[in-house]
Design a protein around this ligand. Structure first.
Ligand code: ADP
Ligand code: MG
Ligand code: MG
Length: 252
């Protein structure tokens, strides 16, 4: 098993401090949900973990099995087992979805250890069927003209094909209708194993009706201010965030 440890993480964007001391520990096999009002730094946290160049870590540490993640380049982070599904997945012109996936898998496996084309296609077909995706999607250019729901479903396909050790899913549920949400959830649940852990960032409790997290964390004003089990998400759904603000004496 592996463990991701975030300690006292401070992150700035363009000179403005957004994360003000985030602490979080995720062990392999665990599913964590991070909730919180808009603008509290949830996406900043996921971008900092993945090494987005716009985000400057000014203090604190991120380690994966004791290895310093902050020292790693973005591609090294992916090879170390981190996977990020973005809130706004980007288009990459001229690369088909299947080609993108195969090269991502091969770059993770390393030179001389590439997956055979036959094996890749078999696995791709199997996972696309599982996610009830149109097989044409494999030959379309990555994210070009994909609907919001198709993009999200495609990210789960990437997850299932790449089988990372850690996934950070930022608002994977946003903009999904109920059928798409069920399929996306089915894919994430299928990943559950002792070698896989997941951080799900979401505004809404709805996703957590389909994927039961082991831990729920609330972020506010750049910090994790409260942690608990699935019941915490239910209380947030029923009562909003005001009671936490009152408990902690946070002003709006
Ligand atoms: P959340 O995901 O919780 O909604 P974000 O991490 O997206 O919050 O944003 C946290 C804060 O950082 C917000 O005040 C937002 O305006 C600011 N912010 C995020 N990205 C940028 C950026 N690229 N440039 C400047 N400010 C940013
Ligand atoms: Mg936001
Ligand atoms: Mg966000």
């Amino acid at each position: 098993g592996s463990t991701l440890i975030i300690k006292d993480l401070h992150v700035e964007i363009e000179g403005k401090e957004i994360l003000k001391g985030v602490n979080l520990e995720v062990k392999s096999g665990e599913f964590h949900a991070i909730m919180g009002p808009n603008g509290t730094g949830k996406s900043t946290l996921s971008s900092a973990i993945m090494g987005h160049p716009k985000y400057t870590v000014t203090k604190g540490s991120i380690t994966l099995d004791g290895k310093d993640v902050l020292e790693m380049e973005v591609d090294e982070r992916a090879r170390a087992g981190l996977f990020l599904a973005m809130q706004y997945p980007s288009e990459i012109s001229g690369v088909t979805n299947a080609d993108f996936l195969r090269s991502a898998i091969n770059s993770k496996r390393g030179e001389g250890n590439e997956v055979s084309l036959m094996k890749f296609i078999r696995e791709l077909d199997k996972q696309m069927e599982f996610l009830e995706m149109d097989l044409d999607m494999a030959q379309r250019y990555l994210n070009e003209g994909f609907s919001g729901g198709e993009k999200k479903r495609n990210e789960i396909l990437q997850l299932m094909m790449l089988k990372p050790a850690f996934a950070i899913l930022d608002e994977i549920d946003s903009g999904l209708d109920i059928d798409a949400l069920k399929i996306v959830s089915k894919g994430i649940n299928e990943m559950r194993s002792s070698d896989f852990s997941c951080i799900m960032i979401t505004h809404y409790q709805r996703l957590l009706n389909y994927i039961t997290p082991d831990f729920v964390h609330v972020m506010m004003q750049g910090r994790v201010v409260k942690s608990g089990g699935p019941e915490l998400a239910q209380r947030l759904e029923a009562e909003g965030y005001d009671w936490i603000k009152q408990e902690l004496g946070i002003e709006d």
